[in-house]
Each structure stands twice: as structure tokens, then as C-alpha cells.
Design a binder for this molecule. Sequence first.
Ligand code: NAD
Length: 494
Amino acid sequence: MSTVPENVPPTIKHWIDGRLADATDGRTFDVTDPVTNSAYAQAARGSAADVQRAVTAARAAFPEWSALPNRERARILYRVADAIEARHDRLAHFESYDSGLPITQAKGQARRAAENFRYFADVIVGLGEEAFRQGSEQFSYVVRTPVGVAGLITPWNTPFMLESWKLAPALASGCTLILKPAEWTPLSASLWPEILTEAGLPAGAVNIVHGIGDEAGQALVDHPDVPLVSFTGSTETGRHIISSSAKHLKTTSMELGGKSPVVVFADADVEAALDSVVFGVFSLNGERCTAGSRVLVERPLYEEFTNRLAERAGRVKVGLPSDPTTEVGALVHTEHYERVMDYVEIGKQEARLVAGGARPDHLTEGNYLQPTVFADAERNHRIFQEEIFGPVVAVAPFDHETEAVELANATQYGLAAYIWTSDLKRGHRMAHAVESGMVWINSHNVRDLRTPFGGVKASGVGREGGAHSIDFYSESKTVHVALADVHTPRFGAA
Ligand code: NAD
């Protein structure tokens, strides 16, 4: 049985200018859980009028927040991290209940959210500005200023963690902001008001407007006083947001979809590669942008690796998100579940099903799918080309390194890639040849928050992470100063 966690608000409200608020027109939408697929709460359904209220509050809060010394902002961000940790269990239970993530993995995401705040507090305190000297004649220095009111739009996979990934650097940089959380998973965002208030954030520095993408999200993108939009979500929505942002020449950052390859050479540490492949595509229910959802295996290892992967997938424990032994929980929403199940049917036509492919027998209701493995996938197959965003993996053989590179690069996406080989020279060659924003050699998705995060091709535009995030939320102004007499050509002088 799935029970509603304690203290779930009956209506998840906006948070504007430090106060909880209903939608201006009073509208709400249903919030469902992925186990019973029934509405357990309502959320305020934001409109352009609500976005306008939030932008007014964020603009009013901007002068004070942006003027604080970096150290003062960092102090508040540390307190945000403490306040997140103080609610760690409640946060993880909210997230798991609303999104279907297994509780153990939701707890990990809650820890990461706190770490994002501590990390960006450190970055902003440690970050200097550049200075350039041209001999003894001129000196130039760069002043960094926050861009202004930021619009942050986030998806439903690991919602709270991804919100923190944008909130922390935006606030650290001195921006005030409006967050539009994903409509399928608004519950954990209902904790931000108490967390941010407890940390001492001034009213209006963060505003939250819930709602549907093409209503509240679109109104935020279209607002002329929001000069910057940071978006994480699907490639299709990202394209649309870039084109809408063109009207006001907004700065945008796009963290989009992926279909990341895992390339396993025959000389790889097979046990380590297998653990990584299984975890990389089935953790977070496979709803992970950097999932290694295409596994390319060198021919001599192909049959053995595919069989062992299928065997492991068959044993992955699918169950209630709240059960601490669950490895794969329930997919976020019926609409997404149906989409993933459609891909499973497509896969059955295109390739060879070797594991999963159906709801586990013991789970008669809820959005469950036994981890699914398709062997002999070919590059023109839809399951090889399209992001499925569920616990489904396509496996294909290759005969030599050149073919591995071709197959790895044969999709529109380029977010992450994983290379498994004992030959480090080859590992580096592959890492350089694969078209992606990030590559892991003999490792899975372990992040270093200082490194740039983002993708190439249809996986994104721009980089966030480390100083890259601060650059995104800041404008740089160069000040040139003469240190000696200027020698200007004297046009018009007699
Ligand atoms: P989505 O594009 O449907 O929605 C993302 C957000 O955009 C939601 O808040 C939604 O309400 C909003 N939105 C939708 N239409 C909008 C519009 N017209 N204007 C403004 N906002 C709008 O994506 P999703 O299904 O929630 O998330 C899954 C996708 O996110 C996958 O493709 C996944 O790969 C991607 N993702 C990428 C990364 C990354 O870092 N590259 C990380 C996580 C998820």
C-alpha cells in the first residue's frame, strides 16, 4: 500500500513575495502519485497574471539581494543547506511519493540538493575577477554583475535536486528569480518556502509559480523583465523556449535530452562494466538524462555480456517507492508510463527482447515496468535513436573501434558517454572522438560539481556547473583605465 506522507498540504500554493498564494483566478490542477494514479492534492495553476506578480516581487527584491557582499549571500546559502538537511527525511518521502523514485535514491538526491547550496556558496566566496595590464599604459578589469530576474524551469525527474542545481548558483550570483517546477511533481517544491524563510532569505528573492508548461512556463519565458531563462527538460520544449526567447534576445541555458552510449570493449573489467551498465540505466527508474541507454559491446564479449545483463535486469527489485529494498520504483505519471510502454512494443518489433518487457506480475496497479533489455538493436531502430526515459536499454555489437565511434555518434543527442576498456590510450581516443558534453572512462555517473555540465547537439546549449553557472547568471563588464597620458590620433586638430 502507498500512503500519503504526513504534512502534505491539501493545496500546493505559489510562493510570491514571501507569502503563500493561490492562483489569481483561483484555478488548480490535480497532483497524482504514480502508485495509485489518483489525485492526492491540488496545486495552484499559474497564469500570466501570477507570473506578473512574481516578477514584480523579484524585481523589488533585486537591489537588496544583489548588493549583498558575496560572503553574506554565502552565509544564507549555507543556512539553506542546513535547513534542507534538517528536513532530509520528509523531503525524501515527499519526493519518493510524488515522483515514484525509490526512497533510498530520493534520500541521495536530498543530500545532493544540500551539497549544491554549500558548493555554490564556496564558489562565490572563492571566485575572483579578472584584471589585465598592458605595459604601463592601460589597465583593464572585469566587473561581474548579476543579470537580474532569472526564470528557472525544471523537469520532473529528481525535481528538488534539479531545482537546487539552478536556485543555488542563481542566488549565489546575486540574481532574484522565479522558479516554475514541473507540474507532475510539485510536492517537494512546497518545502522551499519554509527552508528559504528559515535560512533568512529576503522576501521576493525566490518566487515559485506552479502550473502547466505552456501556461505558467510560457508566460515566464515571454515576460520582458526576465532577461535569462535556465531550462532543464526535453529537447522539443527546449527548442520552443529558445525560439520564444529570441523575441526579447534572452540569455538561455538548455539542459536537454540524451541517449548516451556505453561502449564496452572486450578487454574491459566485465564485472565493473556490468554493475555500471545496470545501475546507469535502471537507477532513478531510468528517468535520468545521463542514462547509458545504448550499450555497445565488442563482438567477442557480446553474447556473454548481453546474457548477463538480461539476467541482472530480471533480478532487479521493482516495488513500492517507499520500500527501502526497492531498486526500481514507479514511473512518474500514467502519460509517461504509456509512452515508455509504447516504446517497449516498438522494441519488440525492432529487436530481440531478452529481459522484462512487461509489468511485474506482483504489481497489479501503478506505473511499473520490469527493467527491459533489447539485444541486436540497429542504428536505424527507434529504440536506438529516441530517448525513452525509462528502465529500457538497447544493446548492439560492434567489431572495431571505428565502428564503436560511429555507432556512439549515430544519434541526434550528445549528453554523456561511458567507455569501458583496460587500454587507457584507447579510452582517451574514444573519449575525444565521441560527440558528447561529458565522458566517463571506466566509471559511471560520478559528478565533480566543479566541472562543466551539459551536452552537445540536441542535448543542450551552454554549460552549467562550477564557475560556468556563475558566468551564466552574471554579466561581465570590462573597465579600461589609462595609467599614463593617452596618445589619441588628433583628428580635426590643426
Ligand atoms: P518537459 O520539456 O516536458 O518539461 C520541462 C519543464 O518545462 C516543465 O516544468 C514544463 O512545465 C515546462 N514547459 C513545458 N512547456 C513549456 C513552454 N512552452 N514554456 C515554458 N516551459 C514549458 O520535460 P520533462 O518531461 O519534464 O523532463 C524530461 C526531460 O528532461 C528528458 O528529456 C530529460 O532528458 C531532460 N533532462 C535533461 C537534463 C540535463 O541536464 N540535460 C536533466 C534532467 C532531465
